[in-house]
Design a protein around this ligand. Structure first.
Ligand code: T4K
Length: 396
């Protein structure tokens, strides 16, 4: 097998899609003309209106980033005591609890889609539990029905970190319709972005005013501050990007779907590589990430070695989410009530492959060639990808 040629410029795990520069510049001219830069400006209001149509609800509030949105969501809902959450996520999920002086209770995940394991959630409930904070990690919806039933049975609030899940629908409903509150991140690394940005969607319309106060220093009007709020407002430039990006959302999702299917078709038959099952028929996925688990024994090389070797070919994959949050120095003291067996295994095997709009199919093929080559080299044999295996892989 021939040694693949490294890419001449780096291939990162993601690269933001940008709308045509002239459209953005036209929007900037409007901002220059109006002189309105932030604090619920006209573009912010237009963006919010378009998002209400997209989400089929007006219970929405925009923020400068997803982390502050989640922090404010937790605070505004009066969450206290303990919250059951996942250790397999970006660290901001737990930080948002910590900043509210809420104790995280780390609960194990299920092996297919890496979201909270409902049975483990129920086992972790104590008299101090006030809420469940699930994460639709990589855009995979949590087990919505089971978590809702547990929350109902135990009188808990149900919050979702939906940072990865913009554009996802379940049974034709935007994923924001599930749970009491969902947070979406519009960070540059997301499939849909506003440079930086965040959104809360919630069921209780009464929370809107509270969130608006909390993100704007607690101001009710020019002379009344009704609570110690912070500054977490989305500015006009962010809103402009978000507004322009909305027109491309479906196209971006379709392109990602084709990239994911391409990776699967090429790599599913390689021993030691495992993809999550394709989403169920009632789920409209957003294909935000391409997580693959690497079984060191079968693949012939550990996940970390593969990650390192791909760098030599100028391919920069990411180990989202390793280490587990409970293993970071700042959370090591949080007592664990569960060995987190599944989460630990997944964190040690997971590797996210590059996926973004401008990644062409030739580049996907080259990345797959590199992975096959590294497997071959470590095994000293050509992977046995028969026509039947490849056909079966495509069907899975
Ligand atoms: N909850 C979850 C589950 C999350 O995943 C996140 C954020 C949050 C909450 C918090 O939401 P925000 O407050 O961020 O809205 C990135 C992002 O910074 C972070 O937003 C994201 N999750 C996380 C999964 O990924 P890093 O440290 O991996 O980013 P970075 O700078 O290494 O970027 C990754 C690659 O993307 C780079 O190698 C190159 C490319 N890139 C990046 C940026 C920023 C670009 O091409 N252009 C860019 O502008 O955290």
């Amino acid at each position: 097998m021939k040694t693949p040629t490294p890419f001449t410029s780096p291939i990162y795990v993601t690269k933001p899609f940008l709308p045509p520069l002239q459209d953005f510049c036209k929007g900037l001219e409007g901002i220059w003309d109006s002189g309105w830069l932030t604090n619920n400006g006209p573009i912010h209001e237009r963006f919010l209106k378009r998002l209400s149509e997209h989400f089929q609800t007006s219970n929405l509030c925009l923020f400068t980033n997803g982390t502050l949105a989640l922090q404010i969501g937790i605070q505004g809902m009066g969450i206290s005591g303990e919250v059951i959450t996942t250790p397999f996520t970006f660290v901001a999920t737990t930080h948002a609890l910590f900043w509210n002086k809420v104790r995280p209770v780390f609960c194990d995940i299920e092996p297919d889609y890496f979201t909270l394991d409902p049975q483990k959630v129920e086992e972790a409930i104590t008299p101090w539990t006030t809420a469940i904070l699930g994460v639709h990690v990589f855009g995979n919806p949590c087990n919505l029905d089971k978590l809702a039933a547990i929350a109902r049975r135990h009188n808990l609030r149900l919050l979702y970190d939906a940072a990865h899940a913009f554009g996802v629908k379940v049974a034709d409903k935007p994923i924001a319709h599930f749970g009491d509150l969902s947070m979406f991140s519009f960070h540059a690394t997301k499939l849909y972005h506003s440079f930086e940005g965040g959104l809360l969607s919630f069921q209780d319309a009464g929370l809107k005013t509270l969130f608006d106060y909390l993100k704007n220093f607690g101001f009710k009007n020019q002379v009344e501050v009704v609570m110690p709020g912070t500054n977490a407002k989305m500015n006009e430039i962010q809103a402009l990007m978000g507004l322009l990006m909305l027109d491309y959302l479906e196209r971006l999702i379709e392109k990602r779907k084709s990239i994911l299917l391409h990776y699967r078709q090429r790599l599913l038959a390689v021993p030691g590589l495992r993809f999550s099952p394709l989403p169920g028929a009632n789920i409209k996925a957003n294909y935000a990430y391409v997580p693959v688990e690497v079984d060191a024994e079968e693949f012939g090389m550990s996940r970390d070695d593969l990650y390192g070797k791909l760098k030599e070919f100028n391919v920069f994959t990411r180990r989202y989410f390793y280490p587990l949050i409970c293993d970071f120095a700042c959370y090591k003291a949080v007592p664990l009530t569960d060995p987190l067996t599944v989460a630990r295994g997944v964190a040690s095997r997971i590797l996210n492959l590059p996926i973004y709009d401008s990644l062409d199919s030739e580049s996907v093929d080259r990345i797959c060639d590199m992975i096959e080559y590294l497997h071959f080299k470590s095994r000293r044999r050509v992977p046995e990808i028969t026509d039947e295996a490849a056909a079966a892989a495509q069907l899975q």
